[in-house]
Design a protein around this ligand. Structure first.
Ligand code: CU
Length: 137
């Protein structure tokens, strides 16, 4: 876990300097006005990184690249969404990205208690291990 968090900090630092061009003196927590940008790579059948440290209530823009060879999705899911996803399709109120191979998309979300995991709900992908989790320090 320590290793994953260190890698994440490096990714964030890289994104921050590239995005703003300004000093990153404000600290890492994203706000609705200034979301933190985190890059995520989707492939068969995993996300990289697969664990992301967040602050409760933080707003984050996920820039997701599909570097695999088939369609993948990215969305946040609560425990209930995960339990039900095979039954009735997608969670009703959840924004998601659907990315063909090589495509890139962005989604901005505010992390709350319901945001339990980030997942790909293309049939069979979650079961194959295509999900990641948030850690709130
Ligand atoms: Cu997938």
């Amino acid at each position: 876990m320590g290793r994953a968090l260190i890698a994440l900090v490096l990714v964030i630092a890289a994104c921050g300097s590239g995005e703003t061009g300004e000093a990153v003196a404000q600290g890492p927590v994203g706000t609705p006005d200034e979301p933190r940008v985190i890059s995520v790579r989707a492939s068969e059948f995993r996300f990289d990184p697969d664990a992301i440290g967040v602050a409760d209530g933080e707003t984050i823009t996920f820039e997701v690249t599909n570097s695999g060879s088939i369609l993948h999705e990215f969305q946040l899911a609560s425990a209930i969404d995960v339990a039900n996803h095979g039954e009735g399709g997608d969670p009703p109120s959840t924004e998601k990205l659907s990315l063909r191979p090589g495509e890139r998309g962005a989604i901005t979300v505010t992390i709350d208690d319901a945001a339990f995991q980030f997942v790909c709900f293309v049939t069979g992908h979650y079961e194959a291990g295509m999900w990641g989790e948030f850690t709130i320090p």
